[in-house]
Structure formats: C-alpha cells, structure tokens
Design a protein around this ligand. Structure first.
Ligand SMILES: NC(=O)c1ccc[n+]([C@@H]2O[C@H](COP(=O)([O-])OP(=O)(O)OC[C@H]3O[C@@H](n4cnc5c(N)ncnc54)[C@H](OP(=O)(O)O)[C@@H]3O)[C@@H](O)[C@H]2O)c1
Length: 259
C-alpha cells in the first residue's frame, strides 16, 4: 500500500492538498508540528474518504527532523509514491530585526528539510512504477524581495534545486514538480508578520488555499515541471523577467518593507 507524505499538512495549502488527495483515494501521511490539528485532519479524512491516514508531529528546526520522519515510515512499514514538501514560512521586515538563528531556522524548514527528505526518500520513490515529488516554492522565487529577503532567496533555492533535480531524473518514473503560489489566504501573513500594506494588497489579490492546492495537485499529477498559480501571478513573473531589477526591487519594497 502506497502513501502520499505531505509536510506542513496541518494548515493552509498543505491541509487543502491533503483533502484533494484523500478525495482521489490516496492514503496520507501528514507531518507538521501541531499534533491536535494533524490528528483531527487525519481522522476526518479517514472517515470521510475511506482512506488510510496517519500523522507525525515534528518540528523541522530540530536537528534530525528528516531522519525522524524516515525512521517513522520504516518502523510503521509505510511506503510512499508521493512526497510533497510544502512546510515553510516567511519572516518579514528588515533583515537585522531577526537573530541569525531565526534566519537559519527558517532556512532549515524551507530548504534543508526539503532537500533531506528528497534525498532520503529518493531510492524508494524510484522503485515505484510512477512517483512524484511536489515542492512548494513561491512567486517570490523569481526576484529579490526587500523586507522578505531571506524568504525570497530560500524560495529561489527551492525552484532552482527542484528544476535541476527534475532534469536529472527526466528518464525515470519520478517527476519533480515545483509550484509557485502568489499571495494565498492562509496563516502565512500572520506567521511572517507581514506589514499592513502587504496585507491590504493580499485582501484584494489573494487566492484561496483550496484553489492553489487544486492547481498544485493537478500540476503534479500531470507531471509538469513548474507552475505559477493564477494568471495575475504569471503576468507578475513575466514582468519581473522583462523589467530592470532595480524597478522590480523598488516595487516589492513598496509592498513588503516598513518604510
Ligand atoms: N500563503 C502564501 O501567500 C504563500 C505564497 C507563496 C508560497 N507559500 C508557501 O506555501 C507553503 C505553505 O504555506 P501556507 O501558506 O499554507 O502557510 P500556513 O498556513 O502557515 O502553513 C504552513 C505549514 O508549515 C508548517 N510548518 C511551519 N513551521 C514548521 C516547522 N518548524 N516544522 C514543521 N512544520 C512547520 C505548519 O505547521 P505547524 O505550524 O503545525 O508546524 C503549516 O502546516 C509554504 O512553503 C509557503 O512558503 C505561501
């Protein structure tokens, strides 16, 4: 029996992707920190969709988090054919407002655990007749974002790593898909402590977590390499490519910086 392992499945886009996969009768392994939320989601989806679902509470900033997840799968005899690296968060405001540890903890969640899990589960995924890795980056992957500098850089890393890995694996049964959401209505803005200007822009432009999750799962199952969610975000990425970097960065700073 195969499972889809989803990180950051307790809330937002991860939770919505779990529900879509459950509706497609995929068995689920749900990972994040919030044990109460994970337990309730797993139980609800099991009953509602007649699937198998289990959960594990892990803080990705703790050392050995990825190995703990792998060992849990070994101990419980769980085998996966879908790995969704979705857990992530931002820290907004001036770089110097945060400690070095706060920056590297975020990088650990957004990048290191994503690479570790991809590496640890790769041999098993390659054994399945058809398998997928879905990595959630961001529209921030396409440019520097003053006021979200480390976050944006971490998402550029996710996009670049994932595209490279997809190319390496192009002749195998394993597809690597990167999805780049723009603003989405989740807990992201609160956790990142986004400034009022950015929240106001989000109220008008954000997509729902359900809509983003559907685009992400469809892209993954279709074996796409890269997908930006929503037409506005696609147009935004095209402008970033066309315009001088200084203008792009000034515009982003106007939305995400405090000044
Ligand atoms: N919302 C947006 O506007 C937006 C835009 C572009 C990209 N994204 C990306 O989409 C992904 C999902 O975010 P979201 O918008 O759905 O935000 P969210 O509602 O805040 O969900 C984030 C998920 O990551 C998990 N997580 C955070 N820190 C963790 C840690 N230390 N250890 C383990 N799990 C952790 C959270 O679970 P716990 O809190 O239970 O640990 C939660 O399940 C992220 O990679 C984010 O960067 C979001």
């Amino acid at each position: 029996m195969k499972y889809a392992l989803i990180t950051g499945a307790s809330k937002g886009i991860g939770r919505a992707m779990a529900e879509i996969l459950a509706s497609k009768k995929r068995n689920l392994l749900l990972v994040a920190r919030s044990s109460d939320l994970l337990e309730s989601i797993a139980n609800t989806l099991k009953t509602q969709y007649q699937i198998e679902a289990d959960w594990l509470s892990v803080d990705f900033t703790e050392s050995g988090a990825s190995y703990k997840i792998q060992q849990w799968c070994v101990d419980k005899n769980y085998s996966i054919d879908i790995l969704i690296n979705n857990a992530g968060y931002g820290l907004s405001g001036p770089f110097e407002n945060y400690t070095a540890k706060e920056h590297t903890d975020m990088m650990q969640v957004n990048m290191n655990v994503l690479v570790e899990l991809s590496s640890l589960f790769l041999p098993e995924l390659k054994k399945a007749p058809k398998a997928h890795i879905l990595n959630i980056a961001s529209s921030a992957a396409y440019q520097a974002v003053p006021g979200l500098s480390v976050y944006a850089a971490s998402k550029s890393f996710v996009l670049s790593f994932s595209r490279g890995l997809q190319y390496e694996l192009r002749h195998t049964n394993l597809r690597v898909t990167t999805v780049c959401p723009g603003g989405t209505d989740t807990d992201f803005a609160n956790r990142a402590n986004l400034v009022e200007k950015a929240r106001k822009a989000g109220e008008k432009l954000n997509m729902s977590a359900d809509a983003v999750a559907k685009i992400a799962i469809d892209a993954m199952l279709a074996g796409k390499t890269e997908k930006i969610t929503g037409l506005l975000n696609q147009i935004g990425a095209a402008f970033v490519w066309l315009l001088p970097k200084k203008i792009v960065e000034k515009t982003a700073a106007g939305i995400y910086s405090q000044d």
